[in-house]
Each structure stands twice: as C-alpha cells, then as structure tokens.
Design a protein around this ligand. Structure first.
Ligand code: CUA
Length: 282
C-alpha cells in the first residue's frame, strides 16, 4: 500500500489523489471478484440464447433423480406452461424459463425464485421446497390485458410419488378423462383455446374472470350492455370471437379482448370445444 502510493507519487500524482486512485481500483477489483463469485460459485448467470441452448421451446417436466425435478417453463400470453406442477415435499426443482411471445415475469411466491421470461433466451434457477403448500407463480411484468390473470402454481405435497402437471400440451388428452372419448375437433378446439390464451380470461368452471366464463356458454341466455337479450348461439359466439366488441355481456368491459386472427377452421374447432363445456363442469 505504502509502496504503491510512493510509486504513484513518483509518477507525478499528488499524494491524496494517489490514495483515492488506490481505493477506486480496489473497489473496481472487488466488484469484479464479486461478479466472478456470483457467476462461478453461486452460478447466477445471464440468460443464454436459445440458439446456444439445446433445450427448445417445448415445455416439459421430468424427474432427474429421486428428489430432483427439471421443468422447462414457457411463458405466453397469459399463462405458464405447465400451469400447475405438483412435486413431493423436499424436492429440488431446476427451472428453465423462456417466453414464446413478449417479456413476462416469473416470481414464485414464498421462494427467492424471480426470473424474467425473455423471448429467445433461457433463464434458469433452482428451488428447493422444504415445506408443503401451494406456491403461486406470478407474472410480474406487464404483458397485456390478461397480465393480472397470468398465474400458475407449484403444489408441494407430502408423500407424492413422482410429479403431476396441468396445462402442458401433452396434458390435453387428459381432458378426455372427464367425459370419455374426446372428439378430435374438440381436442383441437382446446388447443386453439390454449394457444390463443382464451383460458386466461375465460374460466371453464363458472368463475368470473376478465371475460364471461366458458362454462355452459353455448345457448346461454345473455343480456348485453345495450340491454339486448340474446341466446349465445353459434352465430353470436363466432361474432364474439372475431369481433369481440360488437356485443358485450352485461357486467363486463369492452376493449378487453383482442380480435383473434383465427381462420374458419380454428373458429369451428373452438366452437366444438365450447359446446362441450356444461355449466355443471368444474
Ligand atoms: Cu405475463 Cu404479465
């Protein structure tokens, strides 16, 4: 320290300036060491580019060993895939996260996990769940009109064997379990509903979200904001899918839903799916 400041004086620095320079260099060096410590010891890294990463956009969950699970989450307007993940108490979860549209947030309440889902990149973190319970996953980056409904959850359950998921594309056939064989167009309709984020704003169990619930929507008698009474028949539903602002159901706000760029076929699939949702369904 003394030698270094003498050396700086000999170079022509005034003594005080030389000391300040040493402090400044020390701080800068300390910072670099902390960055290196974070990257190599704590393994906190900037997200990698998808192109550099062998993992694709396919959302999935797998069990790595007895107590470790790996989940590739895809965030999209306005849901997480998988939306629900159930794992046993004590499990460690490796999370990989990306987005298929805009920037989303990924905060797991009750843990330190807090990532951004950025299109084209993969972020990762690891969470260990020592206590059973439901840990909500919350999108904390404004991502459009369904942002406030963009939630998922991780359910940590005592004694669960393996894991369970909901909301993965591969979970779609499970829908059939509720009512026997699922017609192919209904399955496709469900795919359209998830792909375009319909279910973020329309529940299938009667719960009121941003838009009217899909439960029992087909042939439901509705009153519009202009006082008109109509039956939600095919024609009305089709119009509401393609031009959502035409007839708003009483109690709901206009301009919440974007006109969906669906082709004839996709609309037909969606209608086939909507017709299967009875009001008694949970
Ligand atoms: Cu996704 Cu806000």
């Amino acid at each position: 320290m003394k030698r270094l400041s003498d050396f700086l004086v000999r170079l022509g620095f005034p003594p005080l300036e030389g000391k300040l320079l040493i402090v400044a260099l020390g701080l800068a060096g300390g910072h670099l060491l902390l960055v290196a410590f974070a990257a190599y010891q704590l393994k906190i890294n900037v997200p990698t580019c998808l192109a550099d990463d062998p993992k694709t956009l396919e959302p999935s969950v797998k069990q790595l060993d007895e107590n470790t699970y790996q989940a590739l989450y895809v965030a999209k307007m306005w849901q997480f895939e998988p939306s629900v993940l159930r794992i046993p108490t004590g499990a460690s979860l490796e999370v990989f996260l990306t987005s298929s549209d805009v920037i989303h947030g990924f905060f797991v309440k009750g843990t330190n996990a807090n990532l951004m889902a950025i299109p084209g990149t993969v972020g990762d973190t690891k969470i260990t769940f020592d206590k059973p319970g439901t840990y909500p996953i919350i999108c904390h980056e404004y991502c459009g009109s369904g942002h406030h409904n963009m939630v998922g959850s991780i359910e940590v359950i005592d004694g669960l064997e393996g894991f369970e998921t909901e909301g993965l594309p591969s979970d779609v056939p499970d829908l059939a379990a509720a009512g026997g064989e699922l017609a192919p167009e209904v399955a496709k309709g469900f795919e359209v509903a998830t792909q375009f984020g319909c279910l973020a704003c329309h529940s299938t169990n009667g719960t009121k979200l941003v838009g009217p619930s899909f439960a029992g929507i087909y042939h439901r008698d509705i009153t519009t904001t202009s006082g008109e009474s109509i039956k939600a028949d095919e024609e009305y539903l089709k119009e509401s899918i393609l031009s959502p602002n035409e007839k708003i159901v009483e109690g709901f706000q206009p301009n919440m839903m974007p006109a969906l760029p669906l082709n004839e076929e996709q609309v037909a699939y969606l209608l086939a799916y909507l017709k299967t949702l009875s009001s008694a369904q949970n």
